[in-house]
Design a protein around this ligand. Structure first.
Ligand code: ADP
Ligand code: MG
Length: 692
């Protein structure tokens, strides 16, 4: 039985206009082990077509090809892959080495596809490379080799699986005459010493002369088949091939990653730039999430700092009961105060509402058991000043921007230093700006300092002049307003100051201050909610504390803002996905030849898919890492800027945002890689090898 037998083989190429082009017709020939066959014939006569069919790269032919008596047509896809991997060794005119792999990795690639142990495959490859005189080149990349060296590497690759047939399509076509002789010598030894069937396509009569048999093809037909009677088998050389015993499998995930990594490393600039592009969307995503949680955290903090579940805070909203703007005082700094009749009206209205709700709590605005307390706040820009007398008698003075009375729910938590305490008679508390104002390093040293407080309170129908020495009892945490001079003062003390000023100015009534805030101490959170709900629905002329309103406004802003950011992040992720898709798609067409080579040495569709999929996964990881690093840098810068501008940063980068970003990056990369990977897997090996 012949090693290889072709019977009635016909090959037609389908042309674009559905016509057929006959490239081979009625090929009948058989070959034996140990033969060195030269196929000669003019360019276009069908030599390569014949080689591709024999090599299992082209299955679209008529007739029969028998290997050890078995018909190639009957092979299943997996058997055909195995046939290419182990039975056949291909050598090409243009070497077809994989540029981003080292000489050693080029030779071992088909063993890698069989998942053979690293040490085994390297030992086998090094042994063959040594015999071919390449032991010093194993770490080099193909571009660092001469033509002859490249072709020897290609021969080593063809021999690594100890195949029975070597198919060499114009192996010396790109070599000079000296190197040609070396390569021919090697091929002759493979036939003579290793007893393989070597079929070599050549143009040159001179090359053909050294072979044991010459087959001539013209117009797709064998026109001559001649044995060389002068052929002398060479002797005394060691065999080139190495017997294989290792256990075989399929391309492992680890090896696929390694191959992808090599390829990505070979075009690192391109990949880094792409990762940078993708990372922009990840950065915006991370920053968006961090800003979202930073602001939410800030609002929650503010809300819990400035509210108390058993206190209802009421102030005038500047609207009437029906929600129409009152407009009267809106441009002036005159606070909107409650008249005592209004307070009683509110008390009665709420109490009757509570009664209908079967709630036992009642508001008491006067007397022993009163549970309403008063507050007052106003902008004092231009109306309030603080004067500090230095040791040398010179004075510092600062404008007070806002004056608040201390709400009943304020505790030590609202104060910034340990030695701060809530102010009482002849005392005030100030925001952090007081530290700079007094020229102190240590905020603790502020406590106990005496300053002169001068305020012209414009109450609409009268102006109150307060001029009093007061002691600073504390620094109040006013978060983003820390840089402004904000004063907190006890309501009763302020009320006394007002009365005193009224008496001093000859006002005998001296009725004191009217509140601009009412604090109702309830019995439970339930009652608080009940009252707040009622106010919200029925008393549009009233609103909660300034802080509560601010928090509400903030969260409303936040939700609009986060929708906008989510849309931007979503769009940029789609852009990133398309970008990866384009780059991988281009990578597939750039590497078409490499894919052809991989198929010619027995790579399965699955293997090709795996190599490209792991590459897209690596791109995802790389982009994710780049995105995380830049997010940390940009986030850090933003936090520093915010801190220096407003004293706190509404950015909170939680660790799992980075995992979310990494996961999204990997998912979109893998998704983007699906199509290019399956396109690569489906490429036709013959066409891929012909690809320029
Ligand atoms: P050789 O290797 O002898 O130079 P080939 O086997 O490559 O010749 O080609 C044989 C003939 O088939 C040529 O005329 C060539 O143009 C034609 N041919 C090869 N490949 C294709 C193809 N994919 N589609 C159409 N015609 C082809
Ligand atoms: Mg050819």
């Amino acid at each position: 039985m012949a090693e290889l037998e072709l019977q009635n083989v016909y090959k037609d190429y389908k042309l674009d206009n559905k016509q057929l082009f006959n490239a081979l017709s009625d090929i009948n020939v058989s070959f034996e082990k140990g033969e060195l066959v030269s196929i000669i014939g003019e360019s276009g006569s069908g030599k390569s077509t014949l080689m591709n069919i024999i090599g299992g790269l082209d299955s679209d032919y008529k007739g029969e090809i028998k290997i050890d008596g078995k018909n190639l047509k009957d092979f299943k896809e997996a058997e055909l892959d195995d046939y290419r991997k182990k039975k056949i060794g291909f050598v090409f005119q243009s070497f077809n080495l994989i540029p981003h792999l080292s000489v050693l990795d080029n030779v071992t690639i088909s063993l890698t596809l069989s998942n053979i142990k690293e040490s085994d495959k390297n030992a086998r490859a090094i042994e063959i490379l040594k015999k071919l005189g390449l032991e010093k080149q194993i770490k080099k990349k193909p571009t660092q080799l001469s033509g002859g060296q490249k072709q020897r590497v290609a021969i080593a690759r063809a021999l690594i699986n100890n195949p029975d047939i070597i198919l060499a399509d114009e192996p010396t076509g790109s070599l000079d005459s000296t190197t040609t002789e070396q390569i021919l010598e090697i091929l002759k030894n493979i036939a003579d010493i290793d007893n393989k069937l070597v079929i070599m396509v050549t143009h040159s009569e001179k090359v053909a002369k050294i072979s044991s048999r010459i087959v001539e093809i013209a117009d797709g037909k064998i026109i001559k088949d001649q044995f060389n009677s002068d052929y002398v088998k060479s002797k005394g050389h060691p065999a080139l091939t190495v017997k294989t015993t290792s256990k075989e499998g399929h391309l492992s995930l680890f090896s696929a990653f390694k191959l992808s990594f090599h390829n990505m490393w070979a075009s690192k600039t391109k990949n880094f730039l792409m990762a940078l592009g993708v990372s922009i969307s990840l950065i915006s995503l991370i920053l968006m999430l961090s800003l979202g949680s930073g602001l939410t955290g800030y609002i929650d903090d503010t809300a819990s700092n400035y509210t108390n579940p058993t206190i209802v805070t009421l102030s005038k909203s500047g609207k009437d009961r029906y929600g129409n703007d009152l407009n009267n005082n809106s441009m002036s700094f005159i606070p909107q105060m409650f008249e005592s009749e209004e307070i009683i009206e509110i008390e009665e209205e709420l109490n009757s509402y509570l009664e209908t709700q079967q709630n036992d709590f009642r508001i008491v605005s006067e007397g022993e058991n009163k549970n309403i307390s008063y507050g007052f706040s106003m902008a004092t820009i231009g109306a309030g000043t603080l004067v500090y007398q230095n040791a040398d008698e010179s004075t510092n003075s600062s404008m007070i921007m806002y004056t608040y009375t201390t709400p009943p729910y304020y505790t030590q938590d609202n104060l910034l230093t340990e030695n701060s305490y809530l102010s009482g008679q002849n005392e005030i508390m100030l925001s952090y700006a007081i530290v700079d104002f007094l020229g102190l390093e240590n905020p603790e040293d502020v406590i106990g300092k005496t300053v002169t407080l001068k305020i012209n309170l414009n109450l609409g129908d009268e102006t109150i002049n307060i001029d009093k020495n007061v002691t600073i009892s504390g620094i109040v945490d006013v978060s983003i307003f820390a840089g402004m001079m904000v004063m907190y003062i006890d309501y009763d003390f302020l009320n006394d100051c007002v009365k005193e000023a009224q008496i001093n100015s000859g006002n005998t009534d001296a009725l004191g201050l009217k509140p601009s805030q009412l604090y109702i101490q309830t019995d439970s959170e339930e009652t608080t909610n009940l009252i707040n709900e009622y106010i919200k629905r029925n008393r549009l002329d009233l609103s909660g504390s300034v802080e509560e309103q601010l928090a509400a406004m903030f969260s409303e802003m936040m939700s609009t803002f986060s929708i906008a950011l989510a849309v931007i992040a979503g769009i940029s992720l789609i852009v990133a996905l398309i970008m990866i898709l384009v780059v991988l798609y281009m990578s597939v067409s750039e590497r078409t030849r490499e894919i052809g080579v991989l198929k010619s040495i027995g790579a399965r569709k699955k293997d090709i898919k795996l190599i490209f999929s792991t590459e897209s996964l690596l791109i995802g990881v790389l982009s994710g890492i780049v995105g995380i690093i830049f997010s940390l840098i940009i986030g850090g810068i933003l936090i520093a800027i915010f801190k220096s501008l407003i004293g706190f940063a509404p950015i909170s980068m939680l660790w799992y945002y980075f995992f979310i970003a990494l996961a999204i990056s990997v998912v979109i990369s893998v998704l983007a890689g699906l199509y290019p990977a399956s396109k690569a897997a489906k490429l036709d090996p013959v066409e891929s090898l012909r690809h320029e």
